[in-house]
Design a binder for this molecule. Structure first.
Ligand SMILES: Nc1ncnc2c1ncn2[C@@H]1O[C@H](COP(=O)(O)OP(=O)(O)OP(=O)(O)O)[C@@H](O)[C@H]1O
Ligand SMILES: [Mg+2]
Length: 285
């Protein structure tokens, strides 16, 4: 298959760095996790995958570094099809933070766990240690000598994120990375993801149910339902489409709800996505 053979849904894939081209994945019990899924990621953007439980977000995500392979279709990273021979190269480019952090942590200490990835990339133990200490500092994890197994759920999550950061991927994919974090750690992870894009030009794909966070963080929203992307676009369009969100079991973010309930969404005014954008509008009104 050449680029020209991409399915018709995949228009605009030319400049993409990730191209999931009409992918179907069937689990051994016959369930289709995703069906003819078309999805793209462009340079330096944060894409949020929003959708109800069982929509296919994790199945899609696990295709992005070859953890799962398509039954039909293909996945291209920086223009190269993922196949069994280039998996190690692909995993240097695409770092994946799992939905379940337990499946990512296995070393005797937190520090060693985070060093594991860089050492696997061929870095010396000193370099790997430096990277690991930096990454653990970024996520604010101080208990570096502890056995990962004994950490709390949220701490495990932070270590799992640090483990991927330490590998300095070009694309970071995170499956509900703030699900079990307290508000301050959740905010910290949000800031880390934003700074990866803004300061390092990394693209981020994030699956999440937290629509307020999607509003604050994403450049583009993809709504996932029944194994496919049913809508995608800029947050000010998708996150203000109440009917679309309701039909997918999602809700408008708080700022969007408020803006609309205050009668300010007249179709002309720029729609706020963050509280800092809404407040001046309320004061001015
Ligand atoms: N190992 C598996 N075997 C069989 N079916 C599976 C398996 N894993 C997922 N599925 C099914 O595939 C579909 C998509 O699941 P997936 O985990 O991708 O959804 P999700 O959008 O990530 O949901 P959540 O928000 O709950 O994490 C669901 O119908 C699910 O039941
Ligand atoms: Mg999931």
């Amino acid at each position: 298959m050449t680029a020209q053979d991409s399915c018709t849904e995949c228009d605009g894939a030319e400049n993409s760095i990730v191209h999931v081209d009409c992918v179907t994945h069937k689990y051994p019990d016959g369930t289709e996790g995703i069906h003819k899924m078309c999805f793209r990621v462009y340079p330096k953007e944060i894409v949020a995958l929003c959708g109800p439980n069982g929509a296919g977000k994790s199945t899609l995500i696990e295709h992005l570094n070859g953890l799962m392979m398509p039954d039909v279709g293909r996945v291209r990273i920086f223009g190269k099809d993922i196949d069994k021979r280039n998996l190690s190269d692909i995993r240097k480019l695409v770092g994946l933070v799992f939905q379940d952090p337990d499946s990512q942590l296995f070393s005797p200490t937190v520090l060693e766990d985070v060093m594991f990835g860089p050492i696997n990339l061929g870095l010396s133990p000193e370099e790997a240690r430096k990277r690991a200490e930096w990454a653990l500092g970024v996520v604010g994890m101080k208990e570096t000598r502890k056995i990962p197994h004994y950490l709390s759920g949220g701490q495990k999550r932070l270590v799992a994120i640090a483990g991927i950061l330490a590998m300095e991927p070009r694309i970071l994919v995170a499956d509900e990375p703030t699900g079990d974090l307290d508000p301050s750690n959740s905010r910290r992870v949000e800031e880390v993801l934003r700074s990866l894009k803004e300061e390092h030009g990394i693209s981020v794909v994030i699956a999440l149910h937290d629509m307020d966070m999607a509003a604050r963080l994403a450049d583009r929203i993809c709504v996932v339902r029944d194994g496919g992307i049913v809508a995608e676009g800029r947050p000010e369009a998708i996150l203000y489409d109440e009917a679309l969100l309701a039909s997918t079991g999602l809700e408008m973010p708080t700022v969007a709800k408020l803006f609309r309930q205050l009668g300010m969404d007249d179709g002309v005014a720029k729609r706020p996505l963050r509280i800092e954008e809404l407040l001046p509008l309320i004061k001015k009104a």
